[in-house]
Design a binder for this molecule. Sequence first.
Ligand SMILES: [Zn+2]
Length: 104
Amino acid sequence: MPVYEYEHLGEPCRSGRIFEQRQSLAEKALSRCPHCRGVVRKVISRTHVNTPKTDSELRDLGFTKLVRRDEGVYENVTARSRDSRYMIRGKPETIPDIKKTISD
Ligand SMILES: [Zn+2]
C-alpha cells in the first residue's frame, strides 16, 4: 500500500505537523488526523512530482541552468530575453538578474 503524507492545518499533535499514513488506493484521503482528529490535508508527495527535463521546462519553472563551455565561461541555456546568454567569471554583469526573473 502506498504511503501518503498529511499535514495538520491547525495545531500539530504528537504525530508531528506532517505525518505519514499508509492507505490503499481505494481509500479516500483523510480530512482528520487519526490521532487527534485535527483537520489535515494531503501533501502532494515529492515522489509524484515530475522532474523537469528540458531546458524550456526548467526556464518556465524559474530555474537557471548553466552549462560550462570553457574555462570560466558558462552558457545560460535557460536565458530569458533580457538575460545574458553567457556568464563569464569575473564579469558580474553577465550573471542573470534573478530579481527581474522572480516577480513575486
Ligand atoms: Zn494529529
